[in-house]
Design a protein around this ligand. Structure first.
Ligand SMILES: [Zn+2]
Length: 119
């Protein structure tokens, strides 16, 4: 049985309705076991947290406390930048180029419409 099969869709949807528990990314796609499943953590809702792919890939089998300690020992910031940091950096890069927020939002909407049209 895969990790995905064990967690009912209704629980997955509930978990993923919130931002990434670690970086705040608004569209997390992964259900993280706060206490790692590989180390005895349960599938109980209380042990599940929303995570973006970037955070979950780095957290691996750490508890949040261990992950934080590891990041700090590596000189990395806490909370992690995660996917939210990637999006922030991309937005900042565009704004630094002299584009206004209004122009950026219009361009995002235009691109989203293209994606909807293509699907
Ligand atoms: Zn994240």
């Amino acid at each position: 049985m895969t990790k995905r099969d064990r967690i009912p869709d209704s629980v997955r949807r509930d978990v993923l309705a919130a931002n990434c528990a670690y970086c705040g990314y608004p569209w997390p796609t992964e259900v993280d076991h706060v206490h790692p499943y590989s180390r005895g953590g349960s599938d109980d809702r209380s042990n599940l947290a929303p995570a973006c792919g970037t955070c979950n890939a780095e957290k691996l089998d750490f508890t949040p406390q261990e992950w934080r300690a590891w990041r700090e020992s590596e000189g990395k910031p806490w909370p992690p930048e995660g996917r939210a940091g990637i999006v922030r950096a991309a937005i900042q890069s565009v704004l630094d180029g002299g584009v206004t927020e209004e122009e950026l939002l219009a361009a995002v909407e235009q691109q989203a419409q293209r994606l909807r049209d293509a699907s």
